[in-house]
Design a binder for this molecule. Structure first.
Ligand SMILES: Cc1cc2nc3c(=O)[nH]c(=O)nc-3n(C[C@H](O)[C@H](O)[C@H](O)COP(=O)(O)OP(=O)(O)OC[C@H]3O[C@@H](n4cnc5c(N)ncnc54)[C@H](O)[C@@H]3O)c2cc1C
Length: 450
């Protein structure tokens, strides 16, 4: 039987402590809300399997846990730099891009200091009964009035390949660990997927001391497309645009997400150019024997094991014919998908994916008890709130919406009234009243003693 922690009901429990719930915890410090957040990992780690030397943060470092909404919060990136004693050296770099390694170090620094975070505590079930959530971890059980789901996305592996995975056929989420134990020299490697992760893996392998015999980099996209990162594209990553997006009809939202996907899923332009230049130098001067094939417009359709490794079938979308290649190692850089975690099976039995959930403007799941007991969802509202949802850009702002709704009062300013682009009409503000500081119609939430 689970050990019951008395009958005390706290205000909110967080399931998962990734980047987004970490930001929520940092911003909750300004409130008196009683909270506990749990993560299954022993310590904080931000996509550790992809913390490669070449990995750069894809947003400005000020889009950290708190700066964009509360620069005086003690857990900002600048506070971290000052505390670590390297703010001047950081500025001397004259660069606004930083490594994901450094940002992970910053997140970990914050996770070690923010109270109420419990690592090594996997949530295995969540039940709702009579106005209270019962959150059951591997060790204990806790009660809360509200919960916030921050379990992140799951590596996407096409169904037909799920059974075949092993130490020479894997998803890039575990690339770093595999790389440390695998000798690539004399091997033929296929990387499937032409986004930023595929590019980081390809670049790491061609830059390594033990370069493989041959490397294939295939993508179903029409080219190795760069991230669309103009000032105007970045307007999709603003609070104002979230409001605009929310009030669009579903079919228009779907269309927009398709149209905008390169603003989040392409390869960082400079990085793509660096890879091209590296290949130029290697092929024509430094390693004329290097063998690589960069093939966009090709989809992986079949993998067959043979005595030496694998025969992979790639379908050429232009010529509409299949080609076979012998390889020893296959790395899937096929992205991530939202999936409702097992621990929510009992609570949300009719949903398998977050992108099916009806989500209120305040990022809570729309259900029978959402006036009194909220299920907030981090990183699961792209279909309702727009392309920025899985991105760090608006994480802090989203958390101010969540906190204001939780407290039923505007603790944080959420109105950003100076957009460069788009409509500012009253119509949008009304529909998104929950997001508006001036609006008195905040949903009547029953939270005691905040
Ligand atoms: C390799 C990579 C690089 C990225 N780089 C950028 C970038 O540069 N810029 C950007 O804007 N975005 C980036 N993103 C997108 C996004 O910012 C990150 O995915 C971000 O980490 C999402 O945060 P999250 O809190 O939703 O999930 P995660 O950070 O994935 O955290 C989820 C946490 O939930 C825990 N968990 C899951 N189930 C349970 C359970 N049952 N009980 C307890 N704990 C559980 C997991 O252990 C994990 O720690 C990147 C994504 C990836 C995959």
């Amino acid at each position: 039987m689970k050990k019951q922690q008395g009958s005390q009901t706290i205000d909110i429990i967080g399931v998962g402590i990734g980047a987004f719930n970490l930001s929520l915890a940092a911003l909750l410090q300004k409130s008196k809300a009683e909270y506990k957040f749990f993560d299954q990992k022993k310590e904080f780690g931000w996509h550790k399997g992809m913390l490669l030397e070449n990995a750069k943060l894809q947003v400005h470092f000020l889009k950290d846990l708190a700066s964009c909404v509360d620069p005086s919060n003690p857990y900002t990136f600048l506070s971290y730099l000052v505390e670590q004693g390297r703010i001047y050296q950081f500025l001397n770099r004259k660069k606004s891009t930083i490594s994901r390694y450094e940002f992970n170090h910053y997140f970990k620094w914050a996770a070690e200091r923010i109270p109420g975070l419990h690592f090594g505590e996997k949530v295995i079930d969540v039940r709702y009964n009579d106005g209270v959530f019962n959150v059951i971890t591997e060790h204990k059980s806790f009660n809360s009035t509200h919960i916030v789901i921050g379990t992140g996305a799951t590596p996407y592996i096409p169904d037909r390949f799920k059974e075949c995975l092993n130490k020479s056929f894997f998803h890039n989420y575990e690339f770093k660990q595999r790389m440390e134990t695998t000798n690539f020299s004399n091997k033929k490697i296929a990387i499937i997927g032409g986004g930023q992760s595929g590019a980081e893996v390809f670049d790491t392998i061609i830059s390594s001391q033990n370069r493989p015999e041959k490397i294939i980099w295939a993508s179903k996209r029409l080219n190795f497309q760069a991230l669309e990162d103009s000032c105007f594209s970045n307007e999709f990553y603003t609070p104002h645009y979230v409001r605009y997006f929310y009030q669009l009809p579903n079919h228009v939202r779907d269309r927009k997400l398709g149209e905008q996907h390169l603003t989040s899923d392409g390869i960082i332009q400079d990085f793509a150019d660096d890879i091209y230049n590296k290949l130029y130098e290697l092929k024509y001067f430094h390693d004329k024997n290097i063998k690589f094939e960069l093939i966009p417009n090709h989809t992986l359709t079949k993998v067959e094991k043979n005595n030496h490794g694998y025969v992979i079938t790639l379908f050429d979308q232009d010529l509409e014919k299949a080609i076979n290649c012998d390889v020893d190692i296959i790395i899937l850089a096929t992205g991530y998908r939202s999936k409702i975690p097992e621990c929510l099976r009992n609570l949300l039995p009719e949903y398998s994916s977050f992108d099916m959930l009806p989500i209120n403007p305040d990022y809570s799941f729309s259900w029978a008890h959402d006036k009194t007991n909220k299920i907030f969802v981090q990183n699961g509202a792209k279909h309702t709130h727009g392309i920025a949802d899985p991105n760090l850009s608006l994480a802090a702002w989203r958390n101010t919406i969540i906190i204001n709704s939780l407290l039923n009062k505007p603790l944080y300013k959420t109105e950003m009234i100076q957009p460069i682009m788009g409509r500012t009409s009253l119509e949008i503000s009304k529909k998104m009243s929950i997001l508006s500081l001036e609006d008195n119609e905040l949903i009547n939430t029953t939270v005691g003693n905040l």
